[in-house]
Design a protein around this ligand. Structure first.
Ligand code: UD2
Ligand code: MN
Length: 598
């Protein structure tokens, strides 16, 4: 599982550098482009809008305009797109808490916010301005969108589907194929069936696997039901942005051996905030983990500059479009691969080595909820990433598989099933060698002597700048008249915080509140709230700069609201000298009143 953690770490690090202020700026100021097609609304739906931003209200009764949801079944939501507001994360009662905690456990993202957002929301326009000037052919190949899912949160899945219906011109959208990979959540199955029948007739097809196949065979099954000219694969927790499909279909129309990916924008798992990704391209390391790389200058050196297609050595895996017949000719996927992992590198190597090309289209943007952990395992508990990587190493990497084995010597003798059919694909297509791929497509890849250490992923954009401090001082609790400080040393990672007698001369009591809504103690560590267990107390952790668990709003109301858990910081037992604090449902009580004073 170590390898799996690394993979997620890669994602996390890439995105930490997207500054919160930029996100907010983009989110709240940029206007939307006109929409070429809208899904025809079904009359009678409720609508909701959220005008009040950054002034959370702290009553126990939710504001009337906040969409309510039932624990397991989000109400059929309004058809009018809503805006995300920070108060959507607030917890008003035990039911909210339960939805949030269950959602975190089952889906590893904030289902409370997802449900309140509903199935239609406005997204910030994250495309480069120059994209608006691009003209795409009216006649484009028709697309079958394939979405394979296992135990997906209903609202996230439906938002994925509706975002496609809302933002895709009808004439290019042939169909949407939903492949239920034998999900175990009963209400998901039943509700979805009813919802598709009642609200999504026509273009949306629902297929259910009789047993869990995993996303790789799942996608092949989805593709086998498709009849459009181009297959477009999406994860089940995405939101497509304006004009997402035309930039993808155009290069395929020009050359059907071109496989294309959108830029994958970031939807925060904690807050559901949609923010732009930097333009990067796909690579990998010798542990066979996908990673993002900076785009080499040679790629940016063309007349179209920032919006030109970028040749990418690999794809992230979840979001891409490919001519359907070409997908079949090229050998679909390796059906000996299970559940999750490795198929993205396998198809990337295959595309390049067997005569195709893989491009990222900066003018196509699709958001994806990046989770910090995968909320599901494999049926037999196996490490499917290792199994799948072994298969791809043995089929495609020739002598370079030694680079992998140098890092994973325990896998040298591990069995990986029959790869005869895959070797036959390679032979049939007369593919290049892996050496050719490295020399021509990924010359940046360092080939290390087998005894060298693992290559560390490249973290683009990391540590570009420190956010500006807005306010400094001690954080005094108004009820107990004591100040927030580390329980141990302020430099000790993981230390809890407590309230102590205020001392204006003690630098260890000085907090900085910055434009990214972080609270930094003594210039060292950030106040952080576990995203998985909201019952844990907040702790001091290394600042990660990506909001969520380290994002606090400190308004005029004196409440210290944690956006990621939707709760307020409170002194737990005001009469005790121990000074413990914890997160609690925001109730406006004295124990939740804080002042940052210089
Ligand atoms: C990334 C890819 C994902 C896939 C994976 C490697 C992106 C944005 N995502 O991981 O598409 O290429 O790397 O394998 O590039 N699912 C099933 N059955 C299963 C397990 C998962 O249908 O047994 C579905 C799942 O509901 C989701 C999709 O497969 O819609 C991808 O799974 P994920 O979101 O857990 O993978 P992710 O984004 O971490
Ligand atoms: Mn995903």
């Amino acid at each position: 599982m170590g390898s799996v953690t690394l993979r997620y770490f890669c994602y996390g690090c890439l995105f930490t550098s997207v500054t919160w202020s930029l996100v907010l700026f983009l989110y709240f100021t940029l206007s939307q482009e006109s929409q070429p097609f809208r899904y025809v609304p079904i009359p009678g739906g409720q609508s909701s809008s959220h005008q009040q931003r950054f002034q959370p209200r702290f009553t126990r009764a939710p504001p009337a305009d906040l969409p309510r949801e039932q624990p397991h079944r989000p109400a059929v939501q309004g058809r009018k797109p809503v805006d995300l507001s920070p108060e959507m994360g607030m917890i008003f009662n035990e039911q909210d808490q339960e939805i949030r905690d269950m959602g975190c456990h089952k889906h590893a993202f904030n289902v409370l916010i997802s449900n309140r957002l509903g199935y239609h929301r406005n997204l910030p326009n994250t495309r480069n301005e120059k994209c608006k000037e691009k003209v795409y052919p009216l006649a484009l190949p028709s697309a079958s969108v394939v979405i394979c899912f296992f135990n997906e949160a209903f609202s996230a899945l439906l938002r994925t589907v509706h975002s496609v219906l809302d933002r895709t011109p009808a004439h290019v959208l042939h169909e949407i194929i939903l492949v239920d990979d034998n999900s175990e959540l009963v209400d998901l199955q039943e509700e979805l069936h009813v919802y598709v029948r009642q609200n999504l007739p026509g273009k949306v097809k629902l297929v259910r696997n009789e047993k869990r196949e995993g996303l790789i065979r799942g996608r092949v099954i989805g593709a086998s039901h498709a009849t459009g000219e181009v297959l477009v694969f999406l994860d089940s927790h995405c939101e497509v942005n304006e004009m997402w499909l035309q930039p993808l279909l155009t290069p395929i129309k020009e050359d059907r051996h071109t496989v294309v990916c959108p830029v994958i924008d970031i939807i925060s798992a904690d807050t559901l905030v949609y923010s732009p990704s930097p333009i990067v391209r796909g690579g990998f390391n010798w542990g066979l983990h996908f990673k993002w790389d900076p785009v080499p200058l040679s790629e940016l050196n063309n007349p179209d500059g920032a919006i030109a297609p970028i040749r990418s050595p690999t794809m992230a895996g979840g979001l891409f479009a490919m001519d359907r017949k070409y997908f079949n000719e090229l050998g679909q996927y390796d059906s000996g691969m299970d559940i999750w992992g490795g198929e993205n590198l396998e198809i990337s190597f295959r595309i390049w080595m067997c005569g195709g090309q893989l491009l990222i289209l900066p003018c196509s943007r699709v958001g994806h909820i990046f989770r910090k952990r995968r909320p599901y395992g494999s049926p037999g508990g196996q490490d499917t990433m290792a199994h799948n990587s072994l298969r791809l190493a043995h089929v495609w990497m020739d002598e370079y598989k030694e680079q992998y084995f140098a890092l994973r010597p325990e896998l040298r003798t591990r069995s990986y099933g029959d790869i005869g059919e895959r070797l036959a694909v390679r032979k049939r297509l007369q593919c290049h060698s892996f050496r050719w791929y490295l020399d021509n497509i990924y010359p940046e890849m360092q080939v290390s002597a087998p005894h060298n250490k693992a290559q560390q992923p490249v973290f683009v954009n990391k540590g570009l700048r420190r956010p500006k401090v807005l306010q400094r001082g001690r954080l005094r609790n108004l009820q107990v008249d004591r100040c927030l400080a580390a329980q141990g040393r302020p430099s000790q990672k993981g230390s809890m915080v407590v309230v102590k007698a205020c001392d204006p001369n003690d630098p260890e009591q000085e907090w900085a509140y910055d434009e990214e809504y972080e609270l930094i103690l003594a210039g060292l560590l950030c106040l952080d709230m576990s995203e998985i267990r909201s019952s844990d107390p907040p702790r001091l952790m290394k600042c990660h700069g990506s909001g969520g668990s380290q994002q606090w709003t400190l308004g005029k109301s004196n409440r210290l609201y944690q956006v990621s858990v939707g709760q307020c910081l409170a002194v737990t037992d005001p009469l005790s000298h121990k000074g413990y604090v914890a997160m609690a449902i925001c109730d406006g009580s004295q124990s939740q009143q804080w002042q940052l004073e210089e």
